[in-house]
Design a protein around this ligand. Structure first.
Ligand code: KG4
Ligand code: ZN
Length: 375
C-alpha cells in the first residue's frame, strides 16, 4: 500500500467545500464544509454565496484533512481538483487553491471531471471498478447512464435526462410539499412513513417507442404539483408522506429499470450508482432487489460518499497517478460545462483522453513527457 499514490482532492463545484485524501483506493480523510444552510432560505444554491463560502472554508478544510490523514502536504504525490462541470465561480475557488498548492509544493496537478469522480469514489469502498462497469449517475444536475471502461479515460454516455435531473425533481417536489431545501434527504425521510402505492405517478419515457436509456422527470414533477394543487383547492389535507413516497417510487422505478436494462443489453454484469440521489434509501433497496434478480453485481458507495465530497476527487486523482496519466498544466481553467466524456483536463497540446481508451492515453502520457513536464 505504501507505494500507492497519495493524493489530495478538492471539490467546490456546488455548495460543498470538500477535501479528501486517499492512498490508492484507501480513504484517509474526508473533510467537508457545507454552505447548504446559507442557501436554504433562498430555496436553492446561490452561486455567489457558495463561492464566498468556499473561499472562507478552503484553507481550514485542507488543514483538517491533512491532520485527519496524519500527513504533511509535502508527502503528497499529487493534487486533484474538480475542473467541471459545476458553478463557474465556485469551481474557480477550488481550481485556484489547487494550483496554488501544486505550485508551492511542486506537485503535479490533476483537473478532473466531477461526474467521473462520483463514479470513481466507489473504489474507496469496493476496490477497483471492473471493466466494463455500467454507471447510473444521479445528482442535482445530472442523470445519466454511462458505460465505463478505464475510468480515467473511457466514459461512454448511453442516455441522459432530457429535462430535469433526478435530484432536481426531488428538490422541486420538496418545495411543492413545503419540505425545504435540499429536497432529496427530506423526501427520503418523509417517505418512510408514507404509502408508496398510494398514488400512481407517471413513469417518464417508459413507453415501448421511447428512447431506452434517456430519462424525463419534468412531467412527473408537474403531475405531483397538479395533484397537490387539486387537493388544496378541494380544501382537503395533503397526505405529504404518501405523496413523497409515491413520487420517490416513480423516480426509483424508472432509474433502476433502465439501469438493469442497460446492463442486460450491453452484457455488463456490474452496476454502480453514484451522485447525491444514490444516497436515497428506496433507490438503494430497489436497485439491490432488481440487480439480484437479474444476476447483476451492484456497487453503491455509502451515502456520505454519494453526495459531493473531496474524497471522490482524490480517488480519481489517485487513479490518474496510478495509471500514469498526464497531469494538467498550471494554467488549467475551470469549465462549468465540461462534458462527461472528458474525464480529465490535460495540459495544452496534449490530446484529451476520450473513449478511444488505452492506446490513446499512452500517447497522451508520452506527448506530455515530450512537453518536458513543465507542470
Ligand atoms: O451529487 P450531489 O451532492 O451534487 C450535485 O453534483 O448535484 O447531488 C445533490 C442532489 C440534490 O438534488 C439532493 O436533493 C439529492 O442529491 N439528494 C438526494 C438524497 N440526498 C441528496 N435525493 C434523494 N434522496 C436522498 N437521500
Ligand atoms: Zn455531485
Amino acid at each position: 500500500m505504501a507505494d500507492e499514490p497519495l493524493v489530495l482532492g478538492i471539490e467546490t463545484s456546488c455548495d460543498e467545500t470538500g477535501v479528501g485524501i486517499v492512498r490508492g483506493t484507501t480513504l484517509l480523510a474526508d473533510a467537508v464544509a457545507s454552505s447548504v444552510n446559507d442557501h436554504a432560505r433562498f430555496g436553492g444554491v446561490v452561486p455567489e454565496i457558495a463561492s464566498r463560502a468556499h473561499l472562507e472554508a478552503m484553507v481550514p478544510t485542507i488543514q483538517r484533512a491533512l491532520d485527519t490523514a496524519g500527513i504533511k502536504a509535502s508527502d503528497l504525490d499529487g493534487i486533484a481538483v474538480t475542473a467541471g462541470p459545476g458553478l463557474a465561480g465556485a469551481l474557480l475557488v477550488g481550481v485556484s487553491a489547487a494550483k496554488a498548492y501544486a505550485w508551492a509544493l511542486d506537485k503535479p496537478l490533476y483537473g478532473v471531471n466531477h461526474l467521473a469522480s462520483h463514479i470513481c469514489v466507489d473504489q474507496l469502498e469496493h476496490g477497483r471498478l471492473p471493466e466494463p462497469t455500467m454507471a447510473l449517475l444521479v445528482s442535482g444536475g445530472h442523470s445519466s447512464l454511462l458505460l465505463t471502461g478505464d475510468i480515467t479515460c473511457d466514459v461512454r454516455p448511453l442516455g441522459a435526462t432530457i429535462d430535469d435531473a433526478a435530484g432536481e425533481a426531488f428538490d422541486k417536489v420538496a418545495r411543492v410539499l413545503g419540505l425545504g431545501f435540499p429536497g432529496g434527504p427530506v423526501v427520503d425521510r418523509m417517505s418512510r412513513t408514507g404509502d408508496r402505492k398510494a398514488i400512481h405517478f407517471p413513469r417518464g419515457l417508459s413507453g415501448p417507442k421511447d428512447p431506452a436509456f434517456d430519462f424525463s422527470f419534468s412531467g412527473l414533477k408537474t403531475a405531483v404539483a397538479r395533484w397537490v394543487e387539486a387537493k388544496r383547492r378541494a380544501g382537503e389535507e395533503v397526505p405529504v408522506a404518501d405523496v413523497a413516497a409515491s413520487f420517490q417510487e416513480a423516480v426509483t422505478d424508472v432509474l433502476t429499470r433502465k439501469a438493469v436494462k442497460a446492463c442486460q443489453e450491453h452484457g455488463v454484469d456490474h452496476l454502480m450508482i453514484g451522485g447525491g440521489v444514490a444516497a436515497n434509501s428506496r433507490l438503494r433497496a430497489m436497485a439491490e432487489q432488481r440487480c439480484e434478480r437479474a444476476g447483476i453485481r451492484l456497487r453503491v458507495p455509502r451515502p456520505g460518499l454519494c453526495t459531493d465530497n473531496g474524497a471522490m476527487v482524490a480517488a480519481l486523482g489517485a487513479e490518474m497517478v496510478w495509471r500514469n496519466r498526464a497531469p494538467s498544466a498550471l494554467d488549467l481553467s475551470a469549465d462549468s460545462s465540461l462534458p462527461v466524456t472528458e474525464v480529465s483536463v490535460p495540459a495544452a497540446g496534449v490530446p484529451a483522453a476520450g473513449a478511444a481508451g488505452d492506446a490513446h492515453s499512452d500517447l497522451h502520457g508520452q506527448a506530455y513527457r515530450a512537453l518536458d513536464g513543465r507542470a
